[in-house]
Design a protein around this ligand. Structure first.
Ligand SMILES: NC(=O)c1ccc[n+]([C@@H]2O[C@H](COP(=O)([O-])OP(=O)(O)OC[C@H]3O[C@@H](n4cnc5c(N)ncnc54)[C@H](OP(=O)(O)O)[C@@H]3O)[C@@H](O)[C@H]2O)c1
Length: 209
């Protein structure tokens, strides 16, 4: 598939090569495509945010929450496309990173309401180091998938499998209200409790009936 990755930061620079390695065509959408700072040797082309988003069949939004709405607007009309929203609405609180919103809305719902794309919330639940090495875990790491469109979720689930995750349907986009706090659990463990950042969520079943 043609996958546009908007933002070449920690998440984007891991997801781009992961999807390229899985056989997909990838183009980055960045603010200054000619800027050498984006050249990290991964050989994935850069375009403007709008250029990449209009080219892609799937658009991955991998920018900070503070600029997520404006970056999504820069993408232009995404009608007919799928948006993968991996943002977490983080802000810096007195005790470190915390959620900027929750309970009555979510970044997932806000962004889904601002695009004609079929929005799917996923790839927000673990740190970027995990996203590029999901195949390396002894058991498949999970990734919950929330969104209104079943076909879009099925396609995104297939993309998640391509990079080594086990996708789990998590219902409608409203459930991003649980997936964004789930990211906070991972962040808290990694930043405050010494968890190795190469740690992922996994579901286990008991033996027997
Ligand atoms: N880091 C993680 O482990 C992790 C894990 C799960 C989810 N997330 C979420 O994923 C999102 C990205 O996180 P990150 O850690 O990758 O952030 P990051 O390292 O700060 O990178 C974000 C990138 O977005 C770019 N950007 C800003 N506005 C843009 C625009 N209009 N068009 C294109 N690119 C734009 C910035 O580019 P410039 O260089 O031009 O400023 C920057 O490189 C956040 O919402 C975060 O909460 C992060």
């Amino acid at each position: 598939m043609k996958i546009a990755v908007i933002g070449k930061g920690r998440v984007g620079s891991v997801l781009g090569p992961a999807f390229a390695k899985a056989g997909h065509e990838v183009v980055y959408g960045v603010r200054e495509p000619a800027d050498e700072k984006y050249d990290n040797g991964d050989e994935i082309p850069h375009d403007t945010t709008e250029g990449a988003a209009q080219w892609g069949e799937v658009v991955i939004l991998a920018v900070d929450w503070s600029v997520a709405e404006s970056a999504l607007a820069e993408c232009g009309d995404l009608g007919g496309k799928i948006l993968i929203d991996c943002t977490n609405p983080l802000t810096m609180g007195e005790e470190g990173l915390e959620l900027a919103l929750g309970f009555d809305t979510s970044a997932g719902e806000i962004l889904a309401g601002q695009t004609a794309a079929k929005a799917v919330k996923t790839l927000n639940q673990v740190g970027s180091p995990v996203m590029g090495m999901a195949h390396a875990f002894p058991n498949r790491p999970i990734q919950f998938v929330a969104g209104e469109d079943e076909d879009a979720k099925a396609l995104v689930s297939s993309l998640l499998r391509d990079i080594g995750f086990e996708p789990i349907d998590y219902g409608g986009i409203r459930n991003a209200r649980q997936l964004e706090p789930l990211a906070m659990v991972w962040i808290d463990q990694a930043f405050k409790h010494g968890m190795d950042p190469q740690t992922a969520w996994h579901f286990m079943k008991a033996d027997g009936d």
